[in-house]
Ligand binder design. Structure first.
Ligand code: GLU
Length: 511
């Protein structure tokens, strides 16, 4: 029988989740869901020095915003709890001991100074080896160089030690990666990695392997930065006798800067004006704020769609896919090996598509929440009507106010350039004529098409110039140039308000 598909996203809470991290989580999630499997969130916080306040909560909120649902995790619980490694601390020592007893790991007592001395010595000797490994360990303080009694004495006296992996000599370690195919590593180039630290905590390597095994993880999908650790992980499975339970591995390539040159960093985002985090993050140490896609006006559905297409595509022309289509179409075997370039302009395009697809009702809800203060007491029905007129012009939710503010408040200023160009000596007279025309239309008939017919008829009959009338008219209503169809604006704000605005403009602009 095939094993149940179980994947985990295993971030370390060392800061906010980068877009690359979101992609790792998303690919795990898509893979799990298309196979009827489970998606776990495991918090890997064994390195207490790198712990950052608020990072774990941020990770939870970011995944929730993206609509990535966690089947098992710290908050959700599950049969394999606890899901935070610091809460599993007691568990790992046993496995370090099993590895020591089977000769696959050993004690080492070297202090930080000892290690520094070793580094210097190797540098002076111009040695080609700079690692703590089979060759160099014989000059250090460990199970290989200390007598059994000495070893016991040190341990019993409470001296600090670490447990290191006994890396085999000259072995080719072959692994099949789901994305990269066969990858081969040479053990002679690898060091005797620390598995267990003097503070009683396992390192990432040991904890990760133990937990993947105990939590019955079937597939490990993670970032390419973990590829160099893969041979050690494979050897750990073997040394613990868990070879048959070893998960399958997939290492995702890096996200690259928009120009394709190098890894996408927060600094690139700052420089080029786009966020690299899903949600805004405030650094607890210095209060520095980093932008988030949510706060920048992206819809989570669009963000997820953008992220899914970094390094993967369905092999068709289709680009817009909601989460269910992504679950259906995603194929981990088709994820590219090369780095995935991030294009912030394309990201905006995606968001625009998603905004234009939303119903006016949904958009009105979103904008009401975002612009609560500005929108004030306007009725939902009214806001929905405004949405129907402006939604094609919006890329980011924040654009709503730029595009639609005049539907909620009369202009207090008029664009100076447009005034100069469009408001001529005779404009006030023309505008007064428009007021007269409007006043002839009954309240109930004050709809776009009637207003349009009446004004156009007037223009044609008097052989006036369309631009000369409509441009200043728009200015009186919106304070500026562009915007939706002018007669739609008039219908929406209503007869009274339209007249009032034209009157105010005449007063302010005639000289
Ligand atoms: N804790 C590791 C990280 O922060 C997890 C790597 C893995 O998935 O094995 O990315």
């Amino acid at each position: 029988m095939n094993k149940k598909i179980r994947v985990r996203f295993a971030p370390s809470p060392t800061g906010p989740l980068h877009m690359g991290g979101v992609r790792t989580a998303l690919f795990n999630y898509l893979f799990a869901k298309q196979n009827g499997g489970d998606f776990l969130l495991r918090i890997e916080d064994t390195d207490q020095n790198r712990y950052v306040e608020g990072a774990e909560e941020y990770i939870n909120q970011a995944l929730a915003w993206c609509g990535i649902k966690i089947d098992e995790g710290v908050k959700e619980g599950g049969n394999f709890a606890p899901y935070r490694q610091s809460d599993r601390k007691e568990l790992y020592k046993k496995y370090a001991e099993i590895l020591i007893n089977s000769g696959n790991a050993y004690y080492a007592f070297d202090t930080a100074e000892d290690l520094e001395k070793m580094r210097k010595r190797l540098e002076e000797e111009k040695s080609s080896v700079r690692l703590y490994n089979r060759q160099t360990r014989m000059q250090m303080k460990n199970s290989f160089t200390l007598s059994a009694e000495e070893l016991e004495k040190r341990i019993n006296s409470g001296e600090k030690y670490v447990v290191r992996f006994n890396m085999p000599e000259d072995e080719k370690i072959e692994v099949k990666d789901m994305i990269r195919g066969k990858v081969v590593f040479d053990s002679s180039l690898l060091d005797d990695k620390v598995l267990y630290k003097s503070d009683g905590m396992p390192t990432y390597h040991l904890a990760n392997i133990v937990d993947d095994k105990l939590m019955e993880i079937s597939h490990v999908i993670r970032g390419e930065e973990w590829l160099p650790s893969l041979p050690l992980h494979v050897l750990l499975y073997r040394s613990l006798g868990w070879e048959n339970d070893m998960p399958k591995f997939a290492h995702l390539s890096l996200l690259l800067k928009p120009n394709g040159k190098g890894k996408l960093s927060k600094r690139d985002g700052d420089k080029m004006g786009f966020p690299v985090f899903p949600l805004q993050w405030t650094d607890p140490k210095n209060g520095e704020i980093s932008r988030g896609y949510k706060e920048d006006g992206y819809l989570p559905e669009a963000f997820v769609n953008i992220i899914a297409l970094l390094g993967w595509n369905p092999g068709t022309e289709q680009e817009i896919m909601d989460i269910n289509e992504l679950i259906k179409n995603f194929d981990i075997y088709k994820v590219v090996k090369s780095g995935a370039k991030f294009d912030p302009e394309k990201a905006k395009w995606f968001n625009k598509q998603y905004i234009s697809k939303l119903s006016d009702k949904k958009l009105a809800e979103i904008f009401t929440e975002k612009f609560e203060v500005q929108i004030g007491k306007a009725k939902q029905e009214y806001i929905q009507k405004v949405c129907s007129l402006v939604k094609e012009r919006i890329s980011l939710t924040g654009d709503f106010w730029t595009q639609a503010s005049f539907f909620f408040e009369a202009p207090t200023e008029y664009d100076k350039k447009i005034v100069k160009k469009r408001w001529k000596e005779d404009t006030s007279e023309f505008m007064s004529q428009i007021i007269m025309l409007i006043n002839k239309i009954g309240e109930a008939d004050f709809v776009s098409i009637n207003i349009e017919n009446s004004i156009k008829e007037h223009i044609e009959k008097n052989e006036l110039n369309f631009g000369k009338i409509l441009n200043p008219l728009r200015l009186t209503l919106t304070g500026g140039g562009g915007g939706p169809h002018i007669f739609d604006i008039m219908e929406t704000i209503g007869k009274l308000e339209t007249v009032k605005r034209i009157e105010t403009a005449i007063e302010k602009l005639q000289n």
